[in-house]
Write a protein that binds this ligand. Structure first.
Ligand code: CP
Length: 305
């Protein structure tokens, strides 16, 4: 099934027909997973380039490729690649594109995905570019919201925590802009509020949002999307220490409420483990959804969905 793009850099490039198609194919991939996978990507190679730490994104891309019969080449960390020797992102991608049929890259620099996609001879997927975007996370978040709430239109979504540096909330806000009657509540300390690139977009699209530093405002929403304070993005570590424990969601705050609790993970202390056993806690189901969503993307970008 065709998508409107060859390279996935940002959720801002997606059309509603793309998300409809991706969600539909991801649901089909759940059935493929139930029978253990298939061989539709036999003979294809994914280059998984992770120049910043990852557990979920990397392993779910690798799982997705292997469940569809494909293979992998990988690179981890600057120190083990020629980026360390001064090679540019562009040259690295031109080289890797000679080996692999599709590339997924995580890189600490915002804008690195645009640079990579601009020269990539094969489909390119942004697996997170610094505090910029994480479009495949947003797609699996969307898939999870649809699965947990039964709809996306009309929902009130709260995003809590580090909205300044948390790339997943940027990507998801843009993506939800494709849906009808969405409303946002942004909960953060004033140092970590949602950046203007997002709030200006919401204003342009006439999507209502309110901002507060009180987590109570999130508890009555349909979805509470919790985030970690992104230690690795702070120039001043004392500022991180001051802000890191601002929010800690506990079972007593959500028990008996209908709010669906999501988190892109990893969590540090912002969701107490006593929340995990509640039906509201959807974050490990959300993790699982990364596999069918990435299977769908890989298959469609390689022309095999
Ligand atoms: N959600 C997410 O991007 O997790 P990882 O950093 O482990 O890939």
């Amino acid at each position: 099934m065709p998508l409107s793009f060859q390279h996935l850099i940002s959720t801002k490039q997606l059309l509603r027909k793309d998300t409809d198609t991706i969600l539909k194919v991801a649901a089909e991939m759940e059935k493929v997973l139930k029978k253990g996978g298939d061989d539709r990507l036999h003979g294809k190679i994914l280059a998984a380039l992770f120049y910043e730490p990852s557990t979920r994104t990397r392993l779910s891309f690798e799982t997705a490729m292997q469940r569809l019969g494909g293979e992998l080449v990988t690179a981890d960390g600057f120190q083990f690649s020629s980026l360390y020797k001064g090679e540019s992102i562009e040259d690295t991608i031109k080289v890797v594109g000679q080996y692999a049929d599709i590339i997924a890259m995580r890189h600490p620099e915002q804008g690195s995905a645009d640079k990579a996609a601009s020269v990539s001879p094969v489909p390119f997927i942004n697996a997170g570019d610094g505090p910029g975007q994480h479009p495949t996370q947003a797609l699996l978040d969307l898939y999870t919201i649809q699965a947990e709430c039964g709809r996306v239109d009309g929902l009130h979504i709260a995003m809590v925590g580090d909205l300044r540096y948390g790339r997943t909330v940027h990507s998801l806000s843009f993506l939800l802009g494709l849906y009808k009657n969405i409303r946002f509540t942004f909960v953060s300390p004033h140092e970590l509020t949602m950046p203007e690139k997002v709030t200006n977009f919401l204003k342009e699209q006439k999507i209502p949002y309110d901002e507060t530093d009180k987590i109570d405002a999130a508890l009555g929403c349909d979805v509470l999307y919790m985030t970690r304070v992104q230690e690795e993005r702070f120039a001043d570590h004392s500022e991180y220490e001051r802000l890191k424990d601002k929010y800690r969601l506990t079972a007593s705050q959500v028990k008996g409420k209908k709010v669906v609790v999501l988190h892109p993970l990893p969590r540090v202390g912002e969701i107490a483990t006593d929340v995990d056993a509640l039906p509201n806690a959807a974050y490990f189901r959300q993790v699982r959804n990364g596999v069918p969503v990435r299977m769908a993307l890989l298959a469609m970008l390689l022309g095999d969905a």
